[in-house]
Design a protein around this ligand. Sequence first.
Ligand SMILES: [Zn+2]
Length: 107
Amino acid sequence: MKEYKTKLQKRKFYKSKQWSGVNGLREQAIRRDNYECQECKRLGKVYTDKHDPDKHKRLDVDHIKEIYTYPELALELDNLETLCIRCHNKKHNRFRFKKNKWDDERW
Ligand SMILES: [Zn+2]
């Protein structure tokens, strides 16, 4: 069983083709969710960023159950949900200050 405990293990996973490739899981989840943040949707608003023509790049795909604890669910589409950067940060209680550096710490 694969583990995703360390930063490096996670980074490797999120950079893998299976995850971030052309038809990777990330893409599949976002498409399934209609390019909308599911948390915003639950709150009755749809996240759109009018200032950002490339808005779906600002969407993250979150593991509902963290792969740290549930590595076997890392590749389960049912365990994925699309979140906007804001909701994602809220969920993990993290804030990214370096706006242009997401790629370093992409989840
Ligand atoms: Zn949102």
